[in-house]
Design a protein around this ligand. Structure first.
Ligand code: B12
Ligand code: SF4
Ligand code: SF4
Length: 357
Protein backbone atom coordinates (compact mmCIF):
# COMPACT_ATOMS: atom_id res chain seq x y z
CA UNK A 1 0.00 0.00 0.00
CA UNK A 2 1.11 3.58 -0.65
CA UNK A 3 1.96 5.95 2.21
CA UNK A 4 -1.21 7.56 3.70
CA UNK A 5 -0.70 10.93 1.96
CA UNK A 6 -0.14 9.38 -1.49
CA UNK A 7 -2.99 6.92 -0.97
CA UNK A 8 -5.43 9.73 -0.06
CA UNK A 9 -4.27 11.77 -3.06
CA UNK A 10 -4.86 8.78 -5.33
CA UNK A 11 -8.38 8.24 -4.00
CA UNK A 12 -9.09 11.96 -4.37
CA UNK A 13 -7.99 11.91 -8.00
CA UNK A 14 -10.28 8.93 -8.62
CA UNK A 15 -13.10 11.05 -7.17
CA UNK A 16 -12.28 13.89 -9.61
CA UNK A 17 -11.19 16.28 -6.89
CA UNK A 18 -8.67 18.73 -8.37
CA UNK A 19 -6.07 19.14 -5.63
CA UNK A 20 -5.70 17.75 -2.14
CA UNK A 21 -3.30 19.17 0.42
CA UNK A 22 -2.57 18.65 4.10
CA UNK A 23 -2.06 20.93 7.06
CA UNK A 24 -2.02 20.95 10.84
CA UNK A 25 -4.67 22.61 12.95
CA UNK A 26 -3.02 25.73 14.35
CA UNK A 27 -4.84 28.81 13.13
CA UNK A 28 -4.54 31.28 15.96
CA UNK A 29 -3.15 34.19 13.89
CA UNK A 30 -6.01 33.74 11.42
CA UNK A 31 -8.48 33.58 14.29
CA UNK A 32 -7.23 36.96 15.46
CA UNK A 33 -7.64 38.37 11.94
CA UNK A 34 -11.18 37.04 11.77
CA UNK A 35 -11.99 38.46 15.21
CA UNK A 36 -10.71 41.90 14.19
CA UNK A 37 -12.87 41.77 11.06
CA UNK A 38 -15.92 40.94 13.14
CA UNK A 39 -15.07 43.54 15.82
CA UNK A 40 -15.31 46.13 13.05
CA UNK A 41 -18.78 44.80 12.23
CA UNK A 42 -17.71 43.87 8.68
CA UNK A 43 -19.42 40.48 8.88
CA UNK A 44 -22.84 42.00 9.57
CA UNK A 45 -25.59 41.02 8.97
CA UNK A 46 -24.11 37.47 8.79
CA UNK A 47 -24.09 37.27 12.57
CA UNK A 48 -23.90 33.48 12.53
CA UNK A 49 -20.21 33.86 11.67
CA UNK A 50 -19.75 34.84 15.31
CA UNK A 51 -21.93 32.09 16.79
CA UNK A 52 -19.40 29.41 17.70
CA UNK A 53 -16.77 31.24 19.73
CA UNK A 54 -13.29 30.04 18.81
CA UNK A 55 -14.53 26.86 17.09
CA UNK A 56 -14.06 28.42 13.62
CA UNK A 57 -10.30 28.70 14.12
CA UNK A 58 -9.79 25.87 16.62
CA UNK A 59 -10.45 22.63 14.72
CA UNK A 60 -10.10 20.53 17.91
CA UNK A 61 -13.13 22.32 19.44
CA UNK A 62 -15.20 21.07 16.54
CA UNK A 63 -13.66 17.61 16.44
CA UNK A 64 -11.64 16.50 19.47
CA UNK A 65 -8.49 14.58 18.56
CA UNK A 66 -8.16 16.07 15.06
CA UNK A 67 -4.52 15.98 13.95
CA UNK A 68 -4.69 16.83 10.27
CA UNK A 69 -6.87 18.93 7.99
CA UNK A 70 -7.16 17.71 4.41
CA UNK A 71 -7.97 20.74 2.28
CA UNK A 72 -9.51 20.12 -1.12
CA UNK A 73 -9.92 22.32 -4.18
CA UNK A 74 -12.62 21.75 -6.78
CA UNK A 75 -12.61 23.99 -9.85
CA UNK A 76 -16.02 25.09 -11.13
CA UNK A 77 -15.63 27.46 -14.08
CA UNK A 78 -17.41 25.92 -17.07
CA UNK A 79 -15.44 25.88 -20.28
CA UNK A 80 -16.67 28.24 -23.04
CA UNK A 81 -18.75 30.43 -20.77
CA UNK A 82 -18.38 34.16 -21.25
CA UNK A 83 -17.49 36.36 -18.30
CA UNK A 84 -17.32 40.12 -18.82
CA UNK A 85 -19.33 40.02 -22.09
CA UNK A 86 -22.47 38.74 -20.35
CA UNK A 87 -22.44 41.71 -17.99
CA UNK A 88 -22.57 44.15 -20.89
CA UNK A 89 -25.72 42.65 -22.41
CA UNK A 90 -28.14 44.53 -20.22
CA UNK A 91 -31.28 42.59 -21.12
CA UNK A 92 -29.59 39.34 -20.10
CA UNK A 93 -29.41 37.97 -16.58
CA UNK A 94 -25.94 37.45 -15.12
CA UNK A 95 -25.71 34.45 -12.83
CA UNK A 96 -22.42 34.06 -10.99
CA UNK A 97 -20.33 31.46 -12.78
CA UNK A 98 -20.19 29.18 -9.74
CA UNK A 99 -23.97 28.83 -9.79
CA UNK A 100 -24.66 27.86 -13.41
CA UNK A 101 -24.64 24.12 -12.78
CA UNK A 102 -25.39 21.84 -9.87
CA UNK A 103 -25.19 23.01 -6.27
CA UNK A 104 -21.56 22.54 -5.21
CA UNK A 105 -22.51 21.62 -1.66
CA UNK A 106 -23.94 18.34 -2.92
CA UNK A 107 -21.29 17.71 -5.55
CA UNK A 108 -18.41 18.26 -3.16
CA UNK A 109 -19.98 16.80 -0.02
CA UNK A 110 -20.69 13.47 -1.75
CA UNK A 111 -17.07 13.14 -2.80
CA UNK A 112 -15.61 14.24 0.52
CA UNK A 113 -17.90 11.90 2.46
CA UNK A 114 -16.72 9.02 0.28
CA UNK A 115 -13.08 9.97 0.77
CA UNK A 116 -13.57 10.25 4.57
CA UNK A 117 -15.11 6.77 4.57
CA UNK A 118 -12.19 5.32 2.59
CA UNK A 119 -9.76 6.84 5.11
CA UNK A 120 -11.73 5.50 8.09
CA UNK A 121 -11.78 2.01 6.59
CA UNK A 122 -8.14 1.94 5.58
CA UNK A 123 -6.84 3.26 8.90
CA UNK A 124 -8.81 1.51 11.65
CA UNK A 125 -9.06 3.41 14.90
CA UNK A 126 -8.97 6.82 13.17
CA UNK A 127 -11.91 9.10 12.61
CA UNK A 128 -12.45 11.43 9.65
CA UNK A 129 -15.21 13.94 9.02
CA UNK A 130 -16.12 15.72 5.75
CA UNK A 131 -16.98 19.43 5.91
CA UNK A 132 -18.31 21.75 3.19
CA UNK A 133 -19.62 25.12 4.33
CA UNK A 134 -21.71 23.12 6.80
CA UNK A 135 -19.67 23.71 9.93
CA UNK A 136 -17.75 26.60 11.47
CA UNK A 137 -14.49 26.25 9.54
CA UNK A 138 -12.05 28.88 8.32
CA UNK A 139 -11.67 27.41 4.85
CA UNK A 140 -9.44 29.97 3.19
CA UNK A 141 -7.02 30.16 6.10
CA UNK A 142 -6.72 26.35 6.09
CA UNK A 143 -6.25 26.30 2.31
CA UNK A 144 -3.50 28.91 2.54
CA UNK A 145 -1.65 26.95 5.20
CA UNK A 146 -2.03 23.74 3.21
CA UNK A 147 -0.39 25.31 0.16
CA UNK A 148 -3.23 26.02 -2.28
CA UNK A 149 -2.14 29.63 -2.74
CA UNK A 150 -2.49 33.06 -1.14
CA UNK A 151 -5.44 35.23 -0.10
CA UNK A 152 -5.55 38.19 -2.50
CA UNK A 153 -6.64 41.78 -1.94
CA UNK A 154 -10.08 40.66 -3.16
CA UNK A 155 -10.06 38.21 -0.20
CA UNK A 156 -10.16 35.22 -2.57
CA UNK A 157 -7.88 32.23 -2.24
CA UNK A 158 -5.84 32.38 -5.45
CA UNK A 159 -3.58 29.75 -6.92
CA UNK A 160 -0.79 31.38 -8.96
CA UNK A 161 -1.09 28.88 -11.83
CA UNK A 162 -4.81 28.08 -11.82
CA UNK A 163 -6.62 31.21 -10.62
CA UNK A 164 -9.42 31.44 -8.07
CA UNK A 165 -12.51 29.84 -9.63
CA UNK A 166 -12.66 26.93 -7.22
CA UNK A 167 -14.53 25.76 -4.14
CA UNK A 168 -12.86 24.60 -0.97
CA UNK A 169 -13.81 21.68 1.22
CA UNK A 170 -12.12 19.86 4.09
CA UNK A 171 -11.77 16.58 5.90
CA UNK A 172 -10.80 16.74 9.57
CA UNK A 173 -9.04 13.55 10.57
CA UNK A 174 -7.40 12.08 13.66
CA UNK A 175 -4.85 10.47 11.33
CA UNK A 176 -1.49 12.23 11.63
CA UNK A 177 -0.08 13.17 8.21
CA UNK A 178 2.97 15.27 7.40
CA UNK A 179 1.72 18.83 6.56
CA UNK A 180 2.42 20.31 3.11
CA UNK A 181 4.43 23.51 2.78
CA UNK A 182 2.45 26.73 2.30
CA UNK A 183 3.05 28.66 -0.93
CA UNK A 184 1.33 31.82 0.24
CA UNK A 185 3.65 34.50 -1.06
CA UNK A 186 1.46 37.53 -1.72
CA UNK A 187 1.63 38.14 -5.46
CA UNK A 188 -0.78 41.11 -5.58
CA UNK A 189 2.10 43.60 -5.31
CA UNK A 190 0.93 47.03 -6.47
CA UNK A 191 -2.11 45.78 -8.38
CA UNK A 192 -5.47 47.04 -7.08
CA UNK A 193 -7.72 46.16 -10.02
CA UNK A 194 -10.22 44.17 -7.92
CA UNK A 195 -10.62 46.99 -5.40
CA UNK A 196 -11.39 49.49 -8.14
CA UNK A 197 -13.73 47.30 -10.18
CA UNK A 198 -16.14 46.37 -7.38
CA UNK A 199 -19.48 47.92 -8.41
CA UNK A 200 -20.65 48.52 -4.83
CA UNK A 201 -17.31 49.61 -3.31
CA UNK A 202 -17.41 46.68 -0.92
CA UNK A 203 -13.71 46.72 0.00
CA UNK A 204 -13.00 48.99 2.95
CA UNK A 205 -9.30 48.34 2.36
CA UNK A 206 -7.19 45.72 0.55
CA UNK A 207 -7.95 42.24 1.99
CA UNK A 208 -11.01 43.61 3.83
CA UNK A 209 -14.54 43.15 2.58
CA UNK A 210 -17.67 44.73 4.03
CA UNK A 211 -20.22 41.95 3.71
CA UNK A 212 -23.35 44.04 3.51
CA UNK A 213 -22.14 45.88 0.40
CA UNK A 214 -21.12 42.76 -1.54
CA UNK A 215 -23.51 41.82 -4.36
CA UNK A 216 -23.04 38.19 -3.43
CA UNK A 217 -24.58 38.94 -0.03
CA UNK A 218 -27.20 41.38 -1.40
CA UNK A 219 -28.57 38.93 -3.99
CA UNK A 220 -28.12 35.57 -2.20
CA UNK A 221 -28.07 35.72 1.59
CA UNK A 222 -30.08 38.90 2.01
CA UNK A 223 -33.68 38.13 2.86
CA UNK A 224 -34.96 41.70 2.82
CA UNK A 225 -35.00 44.67 0.48
CA UNK A 226 -31.90 45.61 -1.45
CA UNK A 227 -30.89 49.11 -0.26
CA UNK A 228 -31.67 51.61 -3.05
CA UNK A 229 -28.07 52.90 -3.27
CA UNK A 230 -26.92 49.45 -4.50
CA UNK A 231 -29.60 48.81 -7.11
CA UNK A 232 -28.06 50.70 -10.03
CA UNK A 233 -24.56 49.32 -9.43
CA UNK A 234 -25.94 45.78 -9.29
CA UNK A 235 -26.80 46.07 -13.00
CA UNK A 236 -27.99 42.74 -14.38
CA UNK A 237 -26.37 40.51 -11.71
CA UNK A 238 -29.26 38.41 -10.42
CA UNK A 239 -27.33 35.88 -8.32
CA UNK A 240 -23.86 36.55 -6.95
CA UNK A 241 -21.03 38.48 -8.55
CA UNK A 242 -17.67 37.62 -10.09
CA UNK A 243 -16.22 41.03 -10.94
CA UNK A 244 -13.35 41.00 -8.44
CA UNK A 245 -12.27 37.63 -9.84
CA UNK A 246 -12.83 38.32 -13.53
CA UNK A 247 -10.51 41.36 -13.41
CA UNK A 248 -7.74 39.51 -11.56
CA UNK A 249 -4.68 38.88 -13.80
CA UNK A 250 -4.28 35.44 -12.19
CA UNK A 251 -7.62 34.48 -13.76
CA UNK A 252 -6.51 35.29 -17.30
CA UNK A 253 -6.06 31.61 -18.11
CA UNK A 254 -8.03 29.95 -15.33
CA UNK A 255 -8.35 26.25 -14.78
CA UNK A 256 -11.83 25.12 -15.76
CA UNK A 257 -14.13 22.47 -14.29
CA UNK A 258 -13.49 18.79 -14.97
CA UNK A 259 -16.92 17.80 -13.78
CA UNK A 260 -20.00 17.98 -15.98
CA UNK A 261 -22.00 18.93 -12.86
CA UNK A 262 -20.76 22.50 -13.23
CA UNK A 263 -21.73 22.90 -16.88
CA UNK A 264 -24.59 25.41 -17.30
CA UNK A 265 -28.03 23.86 -16.88
CA UNK A 266 -31.40 25.16 -18.06
CA UNK A 267 -29.71 27.89 -20.12
CA UNK A 268 -28.86 29.88 -17.03
CA UNK A 269 -25.80 31.26 -18.82
CA UNK A 270 -27.85 32.86 -21.60
CA UNK A 271 -31.21 33.58 -19.92
CA UNK A 272 -33.00 36.86 -20.60
CA UNK A 273 -34.10 38.85 -17.53
CA UNK A 274 -37.63 39.01 -18.90
CA UNK A 275 -37.91 35.22 -19.28
CA UNK A 276 -36.79 34.71 -15.70
CA UNK A 277 -39.16 37.39 -14.43
CA UNK A 278 -42.12 35.68 -16.06
CA UNK A 279 -41.48 32.28 -14.43
CA UNK A 280 -44.25 31.03 -12.17
CA UNK A 281 -43.15 29.67 -8.79
CA UNK A 282 -43.58 26.14 -10.12
CA UNK A 283 -41.47 26.90 -13.19
CA UNK A 284 -38.83 28.55 -11.00
CA UNK A 285 -38.62 25.45 -8.83
CA UNK A 286 -38.41 23.18 -11.87
CA UNK A 287 -35.78 25.32 -13.58
CA UNK A 288 -33.61 25.55 -10.47
CA UNK A 289 -33.85 21.93 -9.33
CA UNK A 290 -30.47 20.96 -7.83
CA UNK A 291 -29.12 24.46 -8.49
CA UNK A 292 -27.72 26.97 -5.95
CA UNK A 293 -30.32 29.47 -7.19
CA UNK A 294 -32.92 27.68 -5.09
CA UNK A 295 -31.17 29.22 -2.11
CA UNK A 296 -32.48 32.68 -2.92
CA UNK A 297 -36.11 31.53 -2.97
CA UNK A 298 -38.75 32.63 -5.51
CA UNK A 299 -39.63 36.06 -4.09
CA UNK A 300 -36.05 37.14 -3.49
CA UNK A 301 -35.13 35.90 -6.95
CA UNK A 302 -37.91 38.03 -8.49
CA UNK A 303 -36.65 40.92 -6.35
CA UNK A 304 -33.19 40.52 -7.93
CA UNK A 305 -34.59 40.23 -11.45
CA UNK A 306 -36.74 43.36 -10.87
CA UNK A 307 -33.55 45.27 -10.11
CA UNK A 308 -32.02 43.90 -13.32
CA UNK A 309 -35.09 44.98 -15.31
CA UNK A 310 -34.91 48.45 -13.78
CA UNK A 311 -31.38 48.64 -15.17
CA UNK A 312 -32.18 47.09 -18.56
CA UNK A 313 -32.89 49.08 -21.76
CA UNK A 314 -36.30 50.75 -21.90
CA UNK A 315 -38.86 48.43 -23.46
CA UNK A 316 -42.66 48.16 -23.57
CA UNK A 317 -42.42 44.40 -22.97
CA UNK A 318 -40.46 45.01 -19.76
CA UNK A 319 -42.90 47.68 -18.57
CA UNK A 320 -45.87 45.39 -19.25
CA UNK A 321 -44.28 42.49 -17.40
CA UNK A 322 -43.46 44.69 -14.40
CA UNK A 323 -47.01 46.06 -14.30
CA UNK A 324 -48.48 42.58 -14.52
CA UNK A 325 -46.36 41.36 -11.59
CA UNK A 326 -47.29 44.43 -9.59
CA UNK A 327 -50.97 43.64 -10.08
CA UNK A 328 -50.37 40.19 -8.55
CA UNK A 329 -49.36 41.87 -5.28
CA UNK A 330 -47.03 39.01 -4.26
CA UNK A 331 -45.40 40.90 -1.39
CA UNK A 332 -44.86 44.43 -0.21
CA UNK A 333 -41.11 44.04 -0.54
CA UNK A 334 -41.34 42.82 -4.13
CA UNK A 335 -43.86 45.51 -5.07
CA UNK A 336 -41.47 48.20 -3.88
CA UNK A 337 -38.66 46.81 -6.09
CA UNK A 338 -41.01 46.59 -9.07
CA UNK A 339 -42.12 50.19 -8.57
CA UNK A 340 -38.47 51.22 -8.45
CA UNK A 341 -37.84 49.33 -11.71
CA UNK A 342 -40.85 50.94 -13.39
CA UNK A 343 -39.65 54.39 -12.37
CA UNK A 344 -36.26 53.60 -13.89
CA UNK A 345 -37.83 52.33 -17.08
CA UNK A 346 -39.75 55.63 -17.45
CA UNK A 347 -36.70 57.79 -16.66
CA UNK A 348 -34.96 58.89 -19.89
CA UNK A 349 -32.00 60.41 -18.03
CA UNK A 350 -30.95 57.35 -16.07
CA UNK A 351 -27.37 56.11 -16.21
CA UNK A 352 -25.42 53.14 -14.90
CA UNK A 353 -23.54 54.23 -11.78
CA UNK A 354 -20.68 52.66 -9.89
CA UNK A 355 -20.26 53.47 -6.22
CA UNK A 356 -17.06 54.93 -4.82
CA UNK A 357 -15.88 55.23 -1.25
C1 B12 B 1 -19.16 34.48 4.79
C2 B12 B 1 -18.73 34.10 3.40
C3 B12 B 1 -18.99 35.02 2.38
C4 B12 B 1 -19.47 36.45 2.66
C5 B12 B 1 -18.27 37.28 3.15
C6 B12 B 1 -17.04 37.13 2.22
C7 B12 B 1 -15.68 37.36 2.86
N1 B12 B 1 -14.75 37.88 2.07
O1 B12 B 1 -15.44 37.05 4.01
C8 B12 B 1 -20.08 36.84 1.29
C9 B12 B 1 -21.56 36.50 1.27
C10 B12 B 1 -19.92 38.32 0.90
C11 B12 B 1 -19.32 35.88 0.36
C12 B12 B 1 -19.14 36.13 -0.98
C13 B12 B 1 -18.47 35.27 -1.84
N2 B12 B 1 -18.04 34.01 -1.55
CO1 B12 B 1 -18.06 33.27 0.24
N3 B12 B 1 -17.87 32.44 1.93
C14 B12 B 1 -18.12 32.87 3.13
C15 B12 B 1 -17.70 31.79 4.16
C16 B12 B 1 -18.96 31.04 4.61
C17 B12 B 1 -16.94 32.34 5.37
C18 B12 B 1 -15.80 33.31 5.01
C19 B12 B 1 -15.19 33.95 6.21
O2 B12 B 1 -14.95 33.32 7.23
N4 B12 B 1 -14.92 35.26 6.08
C20 B12 B 1 -14.28 36.02 7.09
C21 B12 B 1 -12.88 36.43 6.60
C22 B12 B 1 -12.20 37.41 7.54
O3 B12 B 1 -12.16 35.25 6.62
P1 B12 B 1 -11.40 34.65 5.33
O4 B12 B 1 -11.93 35.28 4.11
O5 B12 B 1 -11.41 33.19 5.42
O6 B12 B 1 -9.97 35.28 5.64
C23 B12 B 1 -9.01 34.62 6.42
C24 B12 B 1 -7.65 34.82 5.81
O7 B12 B 1 -7.74 35.73 4.77
C25 B12 B 1 -6.85 35.34 6.93
N5 B12 B 1 -6.46 36.72 7.00
C26 B12 B 1 -7.02 37.83 6.53
N6 B12 B 1 -6.33 38.89 6.89
C27 B12 B 1 -5.29 38.42 7.65
C28 B12 B 1 -4.26 39.08 8.29
C29 B12 B 1 -3.34 38.31 9.01
C30 B12 B 1 -2.25 39.04 9.71
C31 B12 B 1 -3.44 36.90 9.06
C32 B12 B 1 -2.43 36.09 9.80
C33 B12 B 1 -4.48 36.26 8.39
C34 B12 B 1 -5.37 37.03 7.71
O8 B12 B 1 -7.54 35.20 8.07
C35 B12 B 1 -8.88 35.31 7.78
C36 B12 B 1 -9.47 34.63 8.89
O9 B12 B 1 -8.79 33.41 9.05
C37 B12 B 1 -16.74 30.88 3.29
C38 B12 B 1 -16.76 29.40 3.66
C39 B12 B 1 -15.99 29.15 4.95
N7 B12 B 1 -16.59 28.43 5.85
O10 B12 B 1 -14.86 29.60 5.10
C40 B12 B 1 -17.26 31.13 1.85
C41 B12 B 1 -16.21 31.21 0.74
C42 B12 B 1 -15.09 32.09 1.24
N8 B12 B 1 -16.90 31.91 -0.33
C43 B12 B 1 -16.57 31.51 -1.52
C44 B12 B 1 -17.06 32.09 -2.73
C45 B12 B 1 -16.85 31.30 -4.01
C46 B12 B 1 -17.68 33.36 -2.71
C47 B12 B 1 -18.03 34.24 -3.93
C48 B12 B 1 -17.00 34.20 -5.05
C49 B12 B 1 -19.43 33.82 -4.47
C50 B12 B 1 -19.95 34.61 -5.65
N9 B12 B 1 -19.42 34.44 -6.85
O11 B12 B 1 -20.85 35.40 -5.52
C51 B12 B 1 -18.12 35.63 -3.26
C52 B12 B 1 -16.75 36.33 -3.27
C53 B12 B 1 -16.71 37.65 -2.57
C54 B12 B 1 -15.32 37.95 -2.05
N10 B12 B 1 -14.56 38.79 -2.72
O12 B12 B 1 -14.93 37.36 -1.00
C55 B12 B 1 -15.54 30.39 -1.48
C56 B12 B 1 -14.17 30.99 -1.83
C57 B12 B 1 -13.22 30.09 -2.61
C58 B12 B 1 -11.94 30.84 -2.91
N11 B12 B 1 -11.32 30.54 -4.05
O13 B12 B 1 -11.49 31.68 -2.16
C59 B12 B 1 -15.69 29.89 0.03
C60 B12 B 1 -14.40 29.38 0.67
C61 B12 B 1 -16.78 28.80 0.03
C62 B12 B 1 -16.25 27.45 -0.46
N12 B12 B 1 -16.49 26.40 0.30
O14 B12 B 1 -15.65 27.31 -1.50
N13 B12 B 1 -18.85 34.81 1.04
S1 SF4 C 1 -18.13 39.76 -5.48
FE1 SF4 C 1 -18.67 41.67 -6.61
S2 SF4 C 1 -19.65 42.99 -5.09
FE2 SF4 C 1 -18.60 41.36 -3.95
S3 SF4 C 1 -16.61 42.21 -3.50
FE3 SF4 C 1 -16.35 41.13 -5.42
S4 SF4 C 1 -16.73 42.70 -7.01
FE4 SF4 C 1 -17.50 43.52 -5.08
S1 SF4 D 1 -6.86 41.81 -9.00
FE1 SF4 D 1 -4.75 42.32 -8.43
S2 SF4 D 1 -4.89 43.03 -6.30
FE2 SF4 D 1 -6.80 41.96 -6.76
S3 SF4 D 1 -6.44 39.88 -6.05
FE3 SF4 D 1 -5.90 39.90 -8.24
S4 SF4 D 1 -3.70 40.36 -8.26
FE4 SF4 D 1 -4.44 40.84 -6.21
Amino acid sequence: MLKPKQQIQKWATELDLDHVKFTDTSLSADGEALQRWMDEGLHEPLNWLNDHGDMRWTPSSLMPGVETVISVRLHYLPEDVDLAAALKQESRAYVSRYALGRDYHKVLRRRLAKLAKQINQAFPGTESRALVDSAPVLERALARKAGHGWVGKNTMMINPEEGSYFFLGEIYTTLKIEPDTPDDQDRCNDCDACLKVCPTAAFVAPYKLETKRCISYLTIENDGPIPVEFREPIGNRVFGCDDCQVICPFNKYPKTAKLDDFQPRNNLDTAELLDLFELSEEEFLARTEGSPLRRAGYHNFLRNVSVGLGNSPRSDAVINALQLRLSENLSEMLNEHIEWALKRQYDPTRRRRKLRR
